[in-house]
Design a protein around this ligand. Sequence first.
Ligand code: UD1
Length: 419
Amino acid sequence: MEKLLIEGGKPLKGDVRISGAKNAVLPILAATLLAEGPMRVANVPHLQDVTTTMELLGRMGVSLTIDEHMNIEIDTSTIEEFFAHYEVVKTMRASILVLGPLLARFGKAEVSLPGGCAIGSRPVNLHLRGLEAMGADIEVKGGYIHASCDRLKGAHLVMDNVTVTGTENLMMAASLAEGTSVIENAAREPEVTDLANCLIAMGANIEGAGTDTITVHGVKELKGCQYSVLADRIETGTFLVAAAITGGHIKLKDTQPQILESVLQKLDRAGASITSGHDWIEIDMHNRRPKSINLRTAPYPAFPTDMQAQFTALNAVAEGSCTITESVFENRFMHVQEMQRMGANIKVEGNTAIVTGVEQLKAAPVMATDLRASASLILAGLVAEGQTVVDRIYHIDRGYECIEEKLVQLGANIRRVPH
Ligand code: UD1
């Protein structure tokens, strides 16, 4: 199994390009199932989760071609089956995103239940309840969701919880339903808006994406189009923390500062100087130690749960103490035990971590448990004294394009080894 070796202590310097967003490209690839004509998706990040989604669609008979710039052309006219196998779904929970499109366009779908994962139980009950309210017959047996319908009907959906992929699944389904659907307590994440923009480019009639009430007037048919994926705000945030934790000075290009406000505010409070333009952000930490910052995760526009682990690493070396409260997922402090092995002073009480910054982390062998936890361990390694070895890095390849190449370009001492 591959590992990353990191020699800590170098302040990052230079420019880095941000890739397309994982959490936007996955629903957009699922949405191609709704299109009558071929779709072309650009700014696709080179990620394991994208490969998995292509496999998922390819197994259904969908034709996919990819060029050297990672533009993907998708033609669903060759689709033969409406089935998402457990073998694929278990490696990527976002596979559930094919359920809404398959039902809305083809009237049937058989999708494996995703099951739990390292960060919590992560049910899909709200996806299923919404589709049932739109007229789908759903039965869960043998670990699979068996769903069928005549044409879906518009419905008034009030979501019990803010769910990102739940909102996306229902918005996609509603796009081809008969009549109007209203999704209340919808997720407001920028990736939901990006999906809505893609659906609108395909001919959908959607209002209110980016607010907590999304109205979808169903249309009879959606067509293929060309769409370029939004920048990845979590990759952006991860590189910003990489600069902040090492006392560095970097410029991030092809990103969008306006979708990262909560993260930028926290970095400002940690002592970073931040400047930004339309599609770039520059951060300068002036070789200073960061200051501790309290944070609480919650749905967008509040502080993202997908940045919690990285800020835990930042606080682990900051001046002062703070509390970090995780309110989205029940079990998202797996990185804490690994950071403790590097000398971090962190106590977890329920869904809150109390972090007292130490002056110096010490390198240790550590194990990645999920995608963002792996990122946080790399960040800790960038400032630790000695050589940190991060094991189980297949998690990182699910969601970060060429992370070590990008870090090396910024002056980090990091390399991948086979064993
Ligand atoms: C998405 C993101 C993930 C991010 C998360 C929260 C993608 C591909 N993944 O995951 O990176 O960490 O949003 O921002 O976009 N819930 C239910 N019932 C449901 C669905 C969700 O109770 O049917 C609960 C979950 O257990 C969780 C909360 O709602 O506590 C939010 O989860 P959700 O927004 O659905 O996460 P994902 O869409 O899976």
